[in-house]
Design a protein around this ligand. Structure first.
Ligand SMILES: *[C@@H]1O[C@H](CO)[C@@H](O)[C@H](O)[C@H]1NC(C)=O
Ligand SMILES: *[C@@H]1O[C@H](CO)[C@@H](O)[C@H](O)[C@H]1NC(C)=O
Ligand SMILES: *[C@@H]1O[C@H](CO)[C@@H](O)[C@H](O)[C@H]1NC(C)=O
Ligand SMILES: *[C@@H]1O[C@H](CO)[C@@H](O)[C@H](O)[C@H]1NC(C)=O
Ligand SMILES: *[C@@H]1O[C@H](CO)[C@@H](O)[C@H](O)[C@H]1NC(C)=O
Ligand SMILES: *[C@@H]1O[C@H](CO)[C@@H](O)[C@H](O)[C@H]1NC(C)=O
Ligand SMILES: *[C@@H]1O[C@H](CO)[C@@H](O)[C@H](O)[C@H]1NC(C)=O
Ligand SMILES: *[C@@H]1O[C@H](CO)[C@@H](O)[C@H](O)[C@H]1NC(C)=O
Ligand SMILES: *[C@@H]1O[C@H](CO)[C@@H](O)[C@H](O)[C@H]1NC(C)=O
Ligand SMILES: *[C@@H]1O[C@H](CO)[C@@H](O)[C@H](O)[C@H]1NC(C)=O
Ligand SMILES: *[C@@H]1O[C@H](CO)[C@@H](O)[C@H](O)[C@H]1NC(C)=O
Length: 682
């Protein structure tokens, strides 16, 4: 599995028994070095020259000022350079500047262009080499950590570093065109012209089944799991692109059948599944589903409406005839170990471990997707506000409630019964040490982000794992896509999308808009964009498209409306800026689709039914999971959509020196692309 922290990733690849070492910068959107999103300072900073979106509070600015003063740098020019080095903590890209190859640094990455001698790193060396600095940050980290190092000792760069080359290999990074590095002031991204929107998305239908979830097999093969809402998981084989074949999925032999435990109706059922990244070795996987307390005695969790969150279940009444917490949400672990060395193609329907059980106050908005974080291996669990118009109990903003949240659970460490008790956990999981409750004591320890209404489909960008995108279904007017970061508050119900929201009822109290700093959506659409009467609209979030099948969709974030009337492609300009614009894209079916698509006469869009979800397989191809079947994104030419990039890659044989692709923001030769595509697969 390819992984990268804030800075870059070293990936070891074995190709025909040759060891290839690739050092790949791995960029992030603006992010602070504590992994939280940048914010705007209410009062301007007095010391560091940063404004707008930044990573320092006034208190941190003041402490940098003190640190700087204590250095007692007499040389004016050098002092000004050192000040800009210290102040890089305030840059909105501080996570990128201070985290290189997953390790955090004392000194930010200093720009060090390989050509030209006057890079910022060279300037620091040339200007400061003989200047005395007290508690210099440029003392080698190994020296700093030695117990005998005197405090308040004065040193020159030349005391530690023999030459500019020495100094710049320790603190320098590649040129500002390719990477985020400190060039003396706020990081500015190269402003490339955004590519023109794709002319359309071409689909083929490969299965008639109706599924809510898809997960690529962690063994990297052409197989994937599909789960239906009723509670069955199937293991399917995906045909090669262009083969004209349907998907091989046998509905009579499910991989797992939980229909006896799962409560299935419009908003209930099997809502998520996740496979351990080492599934091929340990056979571990997880299912997230709803159950009915009156039908199964395994369905007996604490009610999410309780005195800790000022909610009295006896007062909230019944909802659609159901008692509060009659329906529950469950995450359970299963095994596909039939004692052979390979995971079996049929799993045991017996729970290995109950991860979580929680009673739902109402019958709506309970998300239920689960994902394993590509860099941390933790389980992310998406849950809505629990239902009711306008989140009447204000659960989504309540830091003690787990409703309306994204949770992050450690499923690789077993908690002791004492820990379950002490932290009031809802099941058998541990709390990751860096969950945001360590920064905000009011938060329940499971919480990663708050202020969600009903997150419907989140994904991690397979090329840049720090892009954790979550679509959140709106109330009356606005459907949104959020870029989710640690400790983020996505606003509901103080806001619906970017607009203030006033709830019709607030028996659970009200959160004032002034008391929170919401992070607004990066993309979205108004109900009026899909429906003239501001009627039904419901977002379904997708993935960043990273396949080479449709080069005109590369790097776009795809999403759609459940009612299948529209799909969008979002593009980020400049790359890594977190600034997105999205355009509606037409879509249709290839005429030679393995299973012919149906069209309603007079309608240009194929009749997909509801778009429940998107999926991504091990070749990074995209799938639309609709109520009418499974659709795959195919080359645009199969629908007569024009895409000049496609012609460039299909009509001429690939010549490594001309053909390039873009991974991790790096333009690579096609050979490296294939190598990369391969390693991203394994
Ligand atoms: C930040 O400061 C610069 C230079 O002083 C100024 O041009 C710019 O308008 C400021 N931006 C904001 C958002 O205040
Ligand atoms: C600061 O530097 C000045 C001049 O270089 C020197 O006289 C003074 O003693 C220094 N102060 C400290 C606290 O080292
Ligand atoms: C620093 O000191 C060295 C050795 O005394 C000298 O060669 C060099 O020119 C000095 N550099 C600066 C920028 O003063
Ligand atoms: C280091 O310097 C600071 C500021 O000048 C001073 O407050 C502190 O006492 C000094 N510490 C030691 C161990 O000398
Ligand atoms: C720039 O940094 C690299 C390591 O990041 C180092 O190997 C190289 O020598 C540096 N170049 C210069 C001109 O200092
Ligand atoms: C899929 O549905 C179509 C239309 O209802 C039908 O003709 C076809 O046989 C079905 N294919 C499979 C594999 O079930
Ligand atoms: C599979 O189960 C067998 C028997 O319970 C056990 O010995 C073995 O370690 C398990 N294998 C894995 C990969 O968990
Ligand atoms: C932990 O898992 C075991 C086995 O599935 C289960 O019996 C127990 O109830 C779980 N504990 C909690 C607190 O859910
Ligand atoms: C909730 O707060 C908003 C704004 O703070 C206010 O406009 C609204 O009237 C309040 N609603 C209730 C039911 O208290
Ligand atoms: C955001 O993207 C749009 C569309 O490409 C562009 O016009 C705008 O300048 C970008 N904004 C920023 C702050 O980069
Ligand atoms: C694409 O164009 C060809 C030739 O003009 C035409 O025969 C075919 O029907 C078109 N296909 C689609 C999906 O529009």
């Amino acid at each position: 599995m390819a992984s990268c922290g804030g800075g870059s990733a070293i990936i070891v690849v074995f190709v025909s028994s040759i060891l290839v070492l690739l050092v790949l910068p791995c960029f992030s959107h603006p992010l602070c070095s504590d992994s939280r999103a940048p914010f705007s300072s209410k009062t301007p900073l007095l010391f560091c020259p940063y404004n707008g979106s930044l990573c320092c509070t006034s208190a941190q600015d003041l402490s940098l000022q003190k640190q700087f003063a204590a250095m007692n740098i007499s040389h004016t020019e050098c002092a000004s350079l050192v000040k800009s080095v210290l102040c890089a903590r305030c840059d909105k890209f501080s996570a990128d500047l201070y985290t290189v190859q997953s390790t955090s640094r004392q000194v930010p990455l200093l720009c060090n262009t390989t050509t030209g001698s006057n890079s910022f790193c060279s300037q620091v060396w040339n200007t400061c080499q003989n200047v005395s600095i007290i508690n210099s940050p440029f003392v080698a980290t190994s020296l700093l950590s030695q117990p005998g190092t005197p405090v308040n000792s004065s040193s020159k760069l030349t005391d530690t570093w023999k030459s500019k080359n020495d100094f710049c290999s320790a603190f320098g990074g590649i040129s500002p065109d390719d990477s985020v590095c400190l060039d003396g002031g706020p990081v500015i991204l190269a402003d490339k012209k955004p590519p023109s929107p794709p002319s359309g998305m071409c689909l083929e239908k490969i299965d008639n089944g109706s599924f809510l979830n898809m997960a690529a097999h962690p063994d990297g093969s052409n197989r994937a799991f599909y789960a239906n809402q009723q509670g069955k998981i199937f293991l399917a084989t995906i045909p090669k692109q262009g083969s004209g074949e349907e998907m091989k999925l046998d509905e009579s032999t499910p991989f797992l059948d939980l229909t006896d435990e799962v409560y299935f109706s419009t908003e209930f059922g099997m809502m998520g599944m996740a496979f351990h990244p080492n599934f091929a070795q340990n056979a571990r996987f997880f299912a997230s589903f709803n159950c009915d307390k009156s039908k199964w005695n395994g369905c007996s969790g604490r009610c999410a409406c309780n005195s800790d969150v000022d909610c009295d279940p006896s007062k909230i009444g019944t909802d659609n005839g159901a008692q509060p917490c009659q329906y529950q949400t469950v995450i359970a672990e299963y095994t596909a170990n039939d004692t052979n060395s390979q995971p079996s193609t049929e799993a045991r329907p017996i729970e290995v471990r109950r991860i979580l059980t929680m009673g739902l106050p109402f019958t709506g908005h309970h998300g239920g997707q689960i994902l394993i974080g590509p860099t941390d291996g933790h389980l992310y669990f998406m849950i809505g506000d629990g239902g009711g118009v306008g989140d009447p109990y204000n659960f989504a903003q309540n830091k003690k409630s787990l409703l309306g949240k994204i949770m992050r659970l450690d499923i690789n460490t077993n908690p002791s019964p004492a820990e379950i008790d002490r932290l009031g956990l809802w099941g058998n999981y541990s709390i990751p040490k860096d969950n945001p409750y360590t920064l905000d004591k009011d938060l329940q320890p499971e919480i990663w982000a708050i202020g969600m209404r009903n997150p419907w489909r989140c994904s991690f960008d397979s090329a840049r794992p720090s892009y954790f995108m979550c679509a959140d279904i709106g109330q009356d007017h606005y459907e949104e896509v959020n870029l989710v970061t640690k400790d983020g508050n996505y606003g509901w119900r103080a806001y619906e999308g970017p607009n203030p929201y006033n709830p019709p009822k607030a028996p659970g109290g009200n959160t004032s808009r002034d008391s929170i700093s919401p992070i607004f959506p990066v993309m979205g659409y108004s109900h009026s964009d899909v429906n003239k009467n501001e009627g039904s609209a419901s977002i379904t979030g997708g993935y960043f498209y990273r396949s080479t099948t449709d080069p005109c969709l590369e790097g776009r974030y795809l999403y759609a409306d459940l009612y299948a009337g529209a799909a969008w492609a979002g593009i980020e300009t400049p790359e890594n800026s977190g600034n997105f614009t999205s355009t509606k894209i037409p879509f249709k079916c290839a005429e030679d689709s393995p299973i012919p698509c149906t069209y309603v006469p007079g309608n240009t869009l194929p009749a997909l039914g509801y778009i429940f979800s998107f999926g991504e397989d091990n070749s990074k191809d995209h799938f639309v999971l609709a109520s009418s079947g499974v659709y795959r994104v195919v080359p645009p030419s199969r629908c007569n959509y024009s895409c000049t990039k496609e012609k460039a890659t299909t009509t001429s044989p690939p010549t490594p020196s001309h053909a390039t692709c873009n991974y991790f923001g790096l333009t690579l030769s096609l050979i490296s692309c294939f190598v990369l595509s391969y390693i991203l697969m394994i």
